[in-house]
Design a protein around this ligand. Structure first.
Ligand code: KG4
Ligand code: ZN
Length: 337
């Protein structure tokens, strides 16, 4: 049996990543994080493109090196076509095209949001969900409940009408004076706090859709009011505030997932995307498995936030179907699953 080596390249936001997958197994998954954005409280697109430009070649070289192969062993190159930041996408896409052209091997375009979901199909890792399953995809740019009937047959059942969950975490963190990205920090402080300390009301949104912009405003007003009474309110209550914010967000997500299960009758439930790294959403799913009879699929930690292994596995699944991209393919900042 011939070994199929796929190089995956991810550059949609602020992480430059390259990975090599052999017959569905990850051989390497190198990620260069861009620290430059922390001081600005969010990703600065112009700076992200420049950092990708600096990182892309060394990151790919390292991925090949760690996989113990050379570029001549590659069967195809998969890259993120979108959605994402235009300038960031262009760096990975142009590099992938040039390399595929030079090596005379197929080029495969990958939808970043599909890839977050298809990370569940990396070999020898966590159990693979059977079709059909429901995936709650939660990242810095998206919040979706998706029904997956086959690898490339996906339907969005609900999504956010304003901010994404990751944004809700990051913007709340910013109000608390925490650096970007604040999601992981809220998670960390929340573990030491009381989730019922400060109740925040949940939004009323129809169907399987979400809204998070009201919560952000509610948190802002609450903190302003408390700080007028006590200047040190945030520092004295940081753990409880973080736990309360996180508790509210996770409840909003779980309520909609329960609704999706009821509506579809599907009890195979996966999570994906950067926010699926959150310890509380992971616990909540495990609880649902025990108490609600769901079968849940939680990605390995390193495949939750942006990474190229998920791009490479999606590329591999497309490669098996001879589903290649034309060399003239263009990036798309907006792209549906
Ligand atoms: O999927 P991702 O790496 O990038 C996008 O495609 O957006 O997701 C990044 C988001 C950020 O908003 C970050 O704060 C959030 O995922 N995040 C977390 C945690 N780890 C990452 N949010 C809450 N708890 C975490 N542990
Ligand atoms: Zn992502």
């Amino acid at each position: 049996e011939k070994s199929i080596y796929i190089l995956g390249i991810e550059s949609s936001c602020d992480d430059t990543s390259a990975a090599v997958i052999c017959n569905g197994k990850v051989l390497s998954n190198v990620i260069a994080n861009q620290e430059v954005h922390a001081q600005y409280g969010g990703v600065v697109p112009e700076l992200a493109s420049r950092a990708h430009q600096q990182n892309i070649v060394p990151v790919v070289q390292q991925a090949l090196h760690q996989a113990n192969i050379t570029k001549n062993d590659l069967s195809a190159i998969a890259f993120t076509k979108g959605p994402g930041l235009m300038g960031s996408l262009l760096v990975g896409t142009s590099f992938a095209k040039s390399l595929a052209l030079g090596l005379q091997i197929p080029l495969i375009d990958v939808n970043h949001m599909q890839a977050h979901i298809l990370a569940h199909f990396i070999d020898n890792e966590t159990p693979k969900p059977p079709f059909p399953f429901i995936c709650l995809t939660i990242s810095g740019g998206h919040t979706q409940i998706v029904k997956i009937t086959d690898y490339f047959s996906m339907e969005i059942l609900g999504e956010t009408i304003d901010d994404a969950v990751g944004e809700a975490f990051d913007k709340s963190a910013k109000i608390l004076g925490l650096p970007y990205p604040g999601g992981p920090l809220i998670d960390k402080y929340a573990q030491l706090g009381n989730p019922k300390a400060f109740p925040f009301s949940k939004p009323q949104v129809a169907d399987l859709n979400f809204s998070f912009s009201g919560l952000k405003t509610a948190i802002l007003y609450f903190l302003q009011k408390e700080q007028q009474k006590n200047q040190n309110f945030i520092s004295e209550n940081l753990n409880d505030i973080c736990a309360s914010i996180q508790f509210t967000i996770i409840e909003i997500l779980m309520d909609k997932l329960k609704k999706a299960v009821k509506q579809t009758g599907i009890k195979h439930i996966a999570i994906a995307g950067g926010v699926s790294a959150n310890s509380e959403i992971r616990k909540s799913l495990q609880n649902a498995e025990k108490h609600l009879g769901w079968k849940t699929y939680i990605p390995k930690f390193e495949y939750t936030t942006d990474n190229a292994a998920m791009i490479a596995i999606t590329g591999y699944l497309k490669f098996l179907n001879n589903n290649y991209a034309d060399i003239s393919t263009a990036v798309k900042a907006r792209l549906k699953v």
